[in-house]
Write a protein that binds this ligand. Structure first.
Ligand code: GLA
Length: 414
């Protein structure tokens, strides 16, 4: 049963209760809190080589943990209580992508142990841990938040200080790519690990740099709203995401074979080049050209969005967010019916600047940017319209109004 945890205090109380019930001793434990993320652009750009911009949002995973003086890892998740206490010895986990890990959340701690071991980190300390999260599944990066939290906490419990945060990003991605089998990119890990309160995080893949961009002065007060459709999205490896990634790679391979000098879709920046590739493949591979068109246009809009963010023009940021959403729906074809119902509802509300699907696609959550004064109106419109359109999800959907927060926070006691 879902438990309502909305802040650190409630989370700490709930973790203590779970620890008592499961007889896990967390006296003197620390708590690491990892956020969710909201991508402002380019959605589906990470594996296509574009720059990225996003923020950390205040839906979290909290994990209380302490080294237990043995080689055993013992973890309990309040979100997956039926899986019981996950117990294993350091270095002894099921093989990557094996059937037995497919359906259990334990694949994350297993994967962290596996990837850290393989990367040469000498783990000697097991941890006792209890965790709980209120991040909706699909769209807000629950899996990246969990992987990062586990990696940072296991390293800390083992007295290992990894100063290179990009390395942590890579390790967290490897947990998903190589152990779990999810073909995710690096967007989620970057936007969570580097997130700062009140700031947008700008990532440039060319030199793997991070810049923080405050919202320009004079911006009208706005809210980030996440509209969880109540649908459950399977892992990315089981969804349209995997197909889109393959299509983008196919488009690049075909263009290269035809003599175009590109190594990823983000390399197509000039209208002339875009037109030539479109003309060459429009007849034979219209669906691939369509995927390319989304990335090409979204990349151009990205720079306009960055300028708008810097001057505090949230209306323009929102209108670009909306155009991206239409591209994701029609050209990239990665949205889903329930996600579009959410978008269609809020698009009619004055004060909603823009709306679109979020993250991996098919199912999960959509998002919108809305003026502070109209956030309640948008929420009410969903409460009326969504259950009528999607009665199957009438008691499963949720609306989250989010703040921009730091990505990782460590509490020395709880
Ligand atoms: C998921 C993936 C990310 C990214 C987004 C789409 O969240 O995990 O790597 O590709 O989808 O932008």
């Amino acid at each position: 049963m879902a438990v309502k945890v909305t802040n650190d205090k409630e989370a700490f109380e709930y973790l203590k209760k779970l620890a008592r019930e499961r007889k896990i001793d967390l006296d003197g434990a620390k708590v690491r809190r990892s956020s969710s993320r909201f991508c402002l652009g380019v959605e589906h750009g990470d594996y296509n080589g574009t720059e990225l911009f996003g923020v950390g949002t205040d839906r979290f995973i909290w994990m209380a943990y302490k080294p237990n003086g043995t080689k055993k890892m013992r973890l309990f998740s309040g979100n997956f209580a039926n899986d019981g206490v996950v117990e294993f010895e350091i270095g002894k986990v099921p093989a990557p992508k094996s059937q037995e890990v497919y359906e259990t959340w334990a694949r994350f701690p297993y994967g962290v142990d596996y990837i850290l071991g393989r990367a040469g980190y000498k783990l000697t300390q097991g941890i006792d841990a209890v965790l709980y999260g209120n991040i909706p599944g699909g769209g807000m990066s629950r899996s990246a938040s969990l992987s990062l939290n586990l990696i940072l906490s296991v390293l800390d419990a083992n007295g290992i200080d990894e100063p290179d945060r990009m390395k942590i990003v890579d390790l967290a991605q490897l947990v998903e790519n190589e152990y779990i089998g999810s073909p995710c990119g690096k967007l989620d890990q970057i936007m969570i690990l580097f997130a700062r309160e009140g700031m947008g995080t700008h990532y440039k893949p060319a030199n793997r740099s991070i810049d923080y961009v405050p919202l320009g002065k004079g911006a009208s007060d706005f809210r980030i709203m996440v509209m969880d459709t109540g649908t459950v999205r399977p892992g990315l490896e089981k969804s349209t995401y995997k197909i889109r990634r393959a299509e983008c790679e196919e488009m690049v391979a075909k263009a290269k074979a035809a003599g175009f000098n590109i190594s990823c879709l983000a390399d197509i920046r000039e209208q002339g080049l875009f037109d030539k590739i479109s003309a060459k493949f429009g007849g034979s591979d219209p669906h691939l050209v369509s995927r390319m068109a989304y990335i090409y246009k979204a990349q151009q809009r990205f720079y306009q969005m960055m300028d708008a963010w810097k001057r505090g023009d949230i209306e323009t940021v929102g209108s670009i967010f909306r155009q991206d959403g239409i591209g994701l729906r029609d050209e990239y074809a990665i949205s889903g019916p329930e996600l579009e119902t959410m978008c269609d509802i809020v698009r009619t509300i004055p004060g909603v600047f823009g709306e679109r699907m979020l993250g991996g696609g098919d199912k999960g959550a959509a998002g919108c940017l809305v003026s502070a004064g109209q956030a309640d109106a948008a929420k009410k419109a969903i409460e009326v319209g969504y259950p009528r359109s999607r009665p199957d999800f009438a008691d499963k959907y949720a609306v989250h109004t989010c703040k921009v927060v730091e990505g990782i926070k460590l509490f020395d006691r709880f």
